[in-house]
Design a protein around this ligand. Structure first.
Ligand SMILES: [Zn+2]
Length: 496
């Protein structure tokens, strides 16, 4: 038995030795006969830069999926791309690359989070070059991988966003499809977590600007504020009724505000659901504050905006939202002078402009029974292994309206999706509560379409807002909202 084993081992050793000898012979052959041939070929080739890589800290989504720092391929050479994001280009922002600069200043974040966090992202890293052999026609001959791993790997500096990159990617595809097919000028979509304010999707397609953080007239979306203020002040109740003749008189001029001779006798939930302009003009008149001569000196809905730090018209407050683009402002006039001004404010027209992210914050607070969560985009910053949690300042928590008012508003918002202006969209009808808005645009251009709401309506988890710039009708925003809601349901099985 032992003898047989020894024999097997001997055979195995001889076998290994033969392979070794064979390899040595092959190597000698290559050195003696092939190397001359290779050298000749090399003479006709040159070493060239395939790609200049600018190492930089990277962005991750909320689940740790890389948004920047992904492996890309140029001429079959794989490298890590620290600059171009896989999604959310207009959150990550742009960098400016100075090719002549060989210091850490070669790359500078000039917009978005690249600008906000440039100091963190650009620490102690120098550009480096991936070299390749090119033939006479400058085609790349060699191929392989060029990864960077040094003592201070730039990828060890990470900014973890609140964004869900899967949903962000789906939203970007969806918006692009609508831009391509319908020719909308711009579409913005904001999705956030109602309980935390964390922004899960901030998508914008149509122009290079991020329209989720540009202000637009909110149109009838503003009726949420008008109704909320009047409910809070006890001026109206859920069972209040109004009489809509379809016409109002503004500073002596008669104006048709609802079609087909008006809505007639209408309850508050019905008026909100069909967005009755005459009812909301009547409500906003109640919110005007007048002096003893009857002159309008203020308005409770506008005061509410000021209280919430949502910018006044003459002195717009730059939004504290982390992106901090130079163009990110809300505008809300602080005064109403006459009936026309009262009418316009009730309908979110005239001197009122809100960013989709602000509208989303408002609807989210109502879903959250009044508690305002400021939108956040960054979850954690990790600088070379040192973690910093980004936390909201809890003791600065504000409320938009009382819990009672929010519960009443939730009834009104649900009615919009059950029997009102958004009820035609199947998934919205089943799951959401929200408000449509069609906002007049300047210079007689097409109206902007809005839909803002939350879902599931009976246990709010998400707040979502869609704006379609020059989208003609709010229903076009509802359709996009409905499509995105279908997508979210596929990802979040808890909702069904
Ligand atoms: Zn009406």
């Amino acid at each position: 038995m032992i003898e047989l084993q020894n024999k097997r081992i001997k055979i195995f050793i001889i076998f290994l030795f033969s392979i070794f000898i064979l390899l040595i012979l092959m190597l000698i052959y290559r050195m003696l006969f092939v190397s001359n041939k290779l050298t000749t070929t090399m003479a006709n080739q040159q070493l060239g830069v395939v790609k200049t890589v600018y190492p930089r800290g990277i962005f991750l989504d909320r689940n740790g999926i890389k948004i920047t720092g992904n492996v890309k391929s140029v001429d079959n050479i794989n490298y890590i791309d620290y600059i171009d994001p896989s999604v959310a280009k207009n959150i990550i922002g742009d960098v400016k690359i100075d090719n002549k600069d060989t210091t850490t200043n070669a790359v500078k974040g000039v917009s978005g989070l690249n600008k906000v966090y440039n100091d963190i992202l650009s620490q102690s890293q120098y550009p480096f070059y991936i070299m390749g052999i090119r033939d006479a026609r400058s085609n790349i001959l060699s191929s392989g991988n060029a990864f960077i791993k040094s003592v201070s790997d730039p990828a060890d500096t990470q900014i973890t966003l609140t964004i869900n990159s899967n949903l962000q990617s789906e939203a970007e595809k969806l918006l692009q499809k609508y831009v391509d097919e319908k020719g909308y000028k711009n579409i913005a979509l904001v999705l956030s977590d109602v309980k935390t304010g964390e922004v899960l999707v901030l998508a914008s397609k149509g122009s290079y600007l991020n329209s989720a953080v540009i202000s637009y007239q909110p149109g009838s979306v503003f009726k949420i504020i008008t109704a909320g203020c009047a409910l809070e002040a006890g001026l109206i109740k859920l069972d209040s009724t109004f009489n809509c003749t379809g016409k109002v008189t503004l500073d002596g001029n008669e104006k048709t505000v609802c079609k087909n001779g008006g809505h007639g006798k209408i309850t508050l939930p019905q008026a909100f659901a069909v967005s009755c302009n005459s009812t909301f003009y009547a409500i906003n008149k109640m919110l005007n504050i007048t002096d003893k001569n009857g002159n309008i000196t203020g308005n409770m809905a506008l005061n509410k905006m000021a209280e919430l730090n949502i910018g006044t018209y003459n002195n717009p407050i730059k939004n504290s939202f982390i992106l901090n683009y130079d163009y990110s402002y809300d505008f809300v006039t602080d005064k109403i002078y006459n009936q026309k001004g009262t009418f316009n404010a009730a309908l979110g027209q005239g001197d009122i402009q809100l960013m989709p992210i602000t509208v989303n914050k408002i609807i989210s607070a109502i879903a959250n029974n009044g508690i305002i969560k400021e939108p956040v985009l960054v979850k954690e910053i990790n600088i070379m292994g040192l973690k910093q949690n980004i936390q909201q300042n809890e003791d600065q928590e504000k409320t938009i309206f009382s819990e009672k008012t929010c519960k009443d508003l939730q009834v009104l918002l649900r009615q919009v999706c059950v029997s009102g202006t958004a009820s035609g969209a199947k998934t919205v009808n089943k799951y959401a509560a929200g408000k449509t808005g069609t906002a007049e645009n300047v210079d007689n251009k097409s109206c902007h379409g809005w839909f803002t709401g939350y879902f599931p309506y009976d246990n709010p988890k998400y707040a979502m807002t869609v704006l379609v710039e020059e989208g003609k009708s709010s229903y076009n925003a509802v359709k996009i909202y409905n499509d995105m809601l279908d997508i979210i349901l596929k990802y979040d099985k808890d909702i069904n």
